[in-house]
Design a protein around this ligand. Structure first.
Ligand SMILES: [Fe+2]
Length: 549
């Protein structure tokens, strides 16, 4: 995904001893020894031989090192001290630098408003000092904040300013990094021509600078552009070139290239190759701890399983993607993650519905049953105080409540007369069979309860567990009311659908089957609700008259 990162400009002109300390600290940072780096910076801050500006810079570096260790409050403390000292020294560039790092602290914490405010304040000081490079760097950070927020136009505007600044100063490498961000923003806007132009310009600049590592990162991003434009041949050629590169260390981007190859194979209906590469990408993402790539690969795997009609695997992958995106929400590109998760939820419902439908297609008298039950259940769940998040899962559970019927032979499902004892025994196994099907999917508890316990009875005479009263999970009690109401009001193999009044009479008369409170709430709603296709006396009359004619 994005390679944009906050940047900090480091400047120091100092005695050899102080310079050496700085070098040791930077080396420690490079090796991830943040505690060692902190210790050196803490000494530098108090070193009377060091130049005042160096001591100030050390405060900023210390702040950054605290941040890397996850200690935000310590980072803010020293950075605020840095701002105060810089102010006392009357050095606007130093104030700007410190404010910029404070902005980064807020950005990392996900407080984007505060981050933007700090960057703006830093920019004003940098302008006062007429420090062009600093202004360009801050503009880049401002663009990154907009990118995280999802305001791509504002991001582009800030990135363009930054690029112009670096261009004027002849800082080609910096300019190319900003161009990469510009390309990503255009790509997300779907303006692929502009994105490509920005990538090409960035690639030229990295080439001139001999920055091979960044050029390769850029080429990986460009593959995504080809795929978005359905230019699969060019994408594949680029992937092959990238995978052919021999390196000592496994580069970070390799997982992304595997994913791209998998996606292209899936688009070409080469399913075994698609699976092979997507699973390679998943392994790589796990190895390097890249949650975003893992979420993305899980989503792509779900699409592959959907194409192969592997319903259970598809829901498992979707569920994994959903939970990974939820974990990422706080710290990653919030707007993008929310958009992805929103689209994913729609896909999730669609896929759950298809799985539900595939069961229904065996049972020709219950077309649309799962969807109607899901709708009725959500109305009832909503009125009992389930929140929107739970309702989403509730709906999935309701769509899947009868998946266990896959084990029931079609002739038994469609039998017009009474079932034999043996047939009835098979039919009664469907809740447990359903639960077995989703056993290894990490679904929230309500879904499991709905599938397993939707045939329990309030008086304890239901199946499979014989639970009674409030022992029966609320979600299952709700589904039971919705399920029976829909069964009564739609046409079955053995009788025509009933009106609301008749269905209500039967359900109220069936003492011991339903949670009385839930039944009352539901029937009150259903009496006046306009339910499309429901048999009403008027509709039945029309049906009767056309049958007569
Ligand atoms: Fe059922």
């Amino acid at each position: 995904m994005t390679k944009s990162r906050p940047t900090i400009e480091l400047k120091a002109a100092e005695s050899p001893a102080v310079k050496q300390s700085i070098e040791r600290a930077k080396h420690a940072e490079h090796e991830g020894r943040w505690a060692d780096a902190c210790a050196i910076y803490e000494r530098l801050v108090r070193d009377p031989d060091a130049h005042a500006n160096t001591r100030l810079a050390a405060l900023r570096w210390l702040g950054r090192a605290y941040l890397e260790q996850g200690n935000r409050s310590a980072a803010l403390d020293v950075l605020e001290a840095a701002v105060a000292s810089a102010d006392t020294l009357g050095s606007p560039p130093a104030v700007a630098q410190a404010l910029n790092v404070i902005g980064i602290v807020y950005q990392v914490a996900g407080d984007l408003d505060q981050a933007a405010a700090m960057y703006q304040a830093a920019r004003a000081k940098a302008e006062l000092a007429a420090d062009g490079a600093l202004i360009a760097m801050i503009d880049q950070n401002l663009g990154t904040v907009e990118l995280i927020r999802g305001d791509l136009r504002a991001a582009l505007e800030a990135f363009r300013l930054s690029q112009l600044g670096y261009q004027t100063l002849g800082l080609r490498n910096h300019e190319a990094q900003v161009l990469n961000n510009i390309a990503l923003a255009y790509q997300e806007l779907g303006e692929l021509g502009d994105a490509e132009a920005a990538y090409d310009e960035a690639a030229r600049a990295f080439e001139e600078e001999g920055d091979r590592a960044r050029r390769l990162d850029l080429l990986v991003n460009k593959v995504q552009l080809y795929i978005a434009g359905r230019r699969f041949d060019e994408a594949l050629t680029q992937c092959d070139e990238l995978l052919a590169i021999k390196t000592d260390e496994v580069p970070q981007w390799r997982g992304e290239v595997f994913r791209h190859v998998g996606v292209i194979a899936r688009e070409h209906s080469e399913f075994p190759k698609a699976a092979e590469y997507l699973l390679k990408a998943e392994k790589h993402a796990v190895d390097i701890g890249d949650l975003f790539l893992r979420a993305d690969v899980a989503e792509q795997l779900a699409e592959l399983y959907w194409a192969q009609k592997r319903h259970r695997d598809m829901l498992q992958s979707l569920n994994e993607a959903h939970s990974l995106y939820s974990q990422l929400k706080a710290q990653h590109r919030v707007a993008q993650v929310e958009k992805r998760n929103g689209a994913l939820e729609a896909r999730f419902l669609e896929m759950a519905k298809q799985w539900g439908d595939s069961i229904e297609s065996k049972d020709r008298y219950t077309q649309g049953h799962c969807e109607r039950v899901a709708f009725f259940s959500c109305v009832l769940a909503d009125s009992t105080g389930f929140n929107a998040r739970s309702l989403f899962w509730f709906r999935i559970g309701a769509l899947l409540h009868d998946i266990g019927k896959i084990i029931v032979p079609t002739d038994v499902l469609n039998k017009p007369g009474k079932l034999t004892d043996e047939e009835w025994a098979i039919m009664k196994r469907h809740p447990e069979a359903g639960l077995e099907l989703v056993a290894d999917i990490d679904f929230p508890g309500d879904i499991r309860a709905i599938i397993r316990n939707h045939h329990e009875r309030w008086d304890g005479k239901g199946y499979p567990d014989g639970l009674a009263g409030e022992q029966i999970p609320l979600a299952a009690r709700i589904l039971c009311v919705a399920d029976v109401y829909d069964a009564l009001t739609t046409t079955r193999s053995y009788r025509a659908g009933m009106t609301h009044a008749r269905a209500a009479e039967i359900m109220l008369g069936s003492t011991g089957q339903f949670d009385p409170h839930l039944l009352q709430v539901f029937l009150e709603w259903a009496e006046t609700a306009d339910i499309p296709g429901r048999p009403t006396p008027q509709r039945l009359a029309i049906f009767a008259s056309s049958a007569d004619s």
